[in-house]
Write a protein that binds this ligand. Structure first.
Ligand code: ZN
Length: 272
């Protein structure tokens, strides 16, 4: 994937060809015209350029040392960025206002559970399992969602309600709020499919005896069904139950994938 000839001997930073983040997350170390290593600290992508011949033990050792040093440097940079983002999040959160109403909440027909308002944007806090604020998700009136740039999301979540015996993990806020409002169960917002497993692991560590339920988004129109696949994997890894919205008998639209969609359709059906 990497065009090695673009890089002269030495250290370089560039855009990663895999995740394509704009912040030059790919570190490239070129030792010679035939040997180099590259590592992306965002997505973990690694590529090496090695001579065709067998490496000498000294060369092998040099590769390994360089890779280790790069990883350590990238980890340190990431921690710094995350700490800076956490400070920004804390300041914004402290300055934000209570939520009375918001177009997104109205459209999804859910209440505000532990949210705040910054201008016309909803703020949802992301906390680690110790309760420390690490980042924010903003939701604009049109539903556009963003995170504080550089902030940590992995393993962070937004808890709704107090866990009592059972705890549900869902992807998005509206889905989690729906489940909490309809069942009374405590629900953790994991924010995206890729974060279901890290959040489930964090909660398993914090509440070893708790029954965990992963509430899946059923992305039935998307190749490989990322929501259901990630939910199933998370459930298997931490020994959680899996809950999947059942649209049987309802007039399901192409975009109807989660428990919030299910509730809206079921209520529409009941009103007819
Ligand atoms: Zn990358």
């Amino acid at each position: 994937m990497i065009v090695w000839n673009h890089f002269p001997q030495g250290e370089h930073r560039t855009q990663c060809p895999i995740c394509q983040r704009r912040d030059k997350s790919l570190g490239v170390s070129v030792f010679s015209h035939e040997s180099a290593v590259a590592h992306c600290f965002r997505c973990g992508y690694v590529e090496t350029r090695r001579p065709q011949r067998e490496l000498t033990p000294a060369e092998r050792e040099a590769y390994k040392r360089r890779m280790d040093a790069m990883r350590q440097q990238h980890d340190a940079e990431q921690r710094e960025r995350q700490a800076a983002a956490a400070s920004i999040a804390t300041i914004r959160w402290a300055a934000a206002k209570p939520v009375q109403t918001h177009p997104y909440l109205e459209r999804k027909a859910v209440m505000a559970h532990g949210l705040r308002l910054e201008g016309d944007m909803l703020l949802i806090p992301l906390r680690d399992s110790a309760g420390t604020l690490m980042s924010l998700q903003t939701i604009a009136a049109d539903g556009t969602k963003r995170f504080v740039p550089g902030g940590r999301t992995r393993g962070c979540y937004h808890p709704i309600g107090r866990p009592a015996g059972r705890l549900v993990v869902a992807e998005g806020y509206a889905t989690a709020a729906t489940i909490h409002e309809d069942t009374g169960q405590a629900v953790a917002v994991a924010f995206n499919a890729g974060n279901l497993l890290p959040v489930a692991q964090a909660l398993r560590g914090k509440y070893p005896g708790m029954e965990l339920v992963i509430a899946a988004d059923d992305d039935w129109q998307t190749d490989g069904n990322p929501g259901l696949t990630a939910a199933r994997k998370a459930a298997q890894e931490v020994g959680a139950l899996l809950a999947v919205p059942d649209f049987a008998g309802l007039d399901r639209g192409l975009k109807d994938s989660d428990f919030n969609d299910l509730r809206r359709l079921a209520q529409k059906e009941a009103a007819v």
